[in-house]
Write a protein that binds this ligand. Sequence first.
Ligand code: SF4
Length: 364
Amino acid sequence: MSKIRHNWTTAQILDIYNKPMMELLYEAATVHRLHHDPNTVQVSTLISIKTGGCSEDCGYCPQAARYHTDVEGNDLMTIQQVKAQALRAKSGGSSRVCMGAAWRNVKDGAEFDQVLEMVRTINKLDMEVCCTLGMVTENQAKRLAESGLYAYNHNLDSSEEYYKEVISTRGFEDRLKTIDNVRKTNVTVCSGGIIGMGEKTEDRAGMLVALSTLNPQPESTPINALVAVEGTPLEDQKPIEIWDMVRMVATTRIVLPETQVRLSAGRTQMSREGQAMCFFAGANSIFAGDKLLTTPNPEIEGDMELFKTLGLKPQKPFTKKEQPQTIEAKDSKFEAMGEKPKWTRPDHKIERNELAKQNRKPLK
Ligand code: SF4
């Protein structure tokens, strides 16, 4: 087994990222084989349980209320709607459901109670349940854990330096604090980021430094390629080349050897051959379903055809860690505390975010 290191530096990660492609692929594929079955890929389905109307200013996100995009907001879905979608995902080969809500942070109250009930419902379908709900306190993380949550997603998005060029309404340190709160429970951590936002290669390496120095390292890491949506501050970003994605996946595999590396947003822009190369480079998880929150994604039938061509099989649920128990609400040990945590609001000015809010473009 290659050792898990928590002391990677940006320079060391850049050396890996910039290796000749064939050497990089060989090294990543070797690490992959030491830690995982290379013919098994986890399939997750993302359900947007509450879409749009978000108060944040994340420059890549069409769900931010302040930008002028076509996203139609909806209220929190019902438990029955979510259960129906989860059952469809299970019959299509998904072992995990990730529920996303466009919230800055979780607030105690009826909506969070409803999400906890959704977690209980899906865990009872014997699927891994993940949530991505924004910042959470320790008590909220514990309530999610006792409902049967398997994973919590909270992306670092980019390096700490470039994060400030993309988001001004929430701080990088709060991302780390939320991950720390989740780590006080038995819920696994899913954290990754986005490439193609105009960042430098050093920022990609910087994000991997931040993820690899977490101890333990995240159990899953989504690598997203920006889907530039009209109306968002990043609408004019050119799609990244497949080689950038392959390099990023391979480098992630080497510095996070035990983590499930997930191909996430941007897969519709990748050829089948490009995706196959990412699997060879160490990706072993995908998001399935025709939508990723609000952006397009390949249909599950197409994914299953690709799996057949490549001889890949979907990973069974609870392969990496046993199924958590669900504690019913009436037996819960943790009550809503009505907390009002002071999450950071740096509120520095990001010009392109300001212009997108006013529906104007930067001068060329
Ligand atoms: S990424 Fe999340 S927090 Fe940021 S604007 Fe979109 S929904 Fe809100």
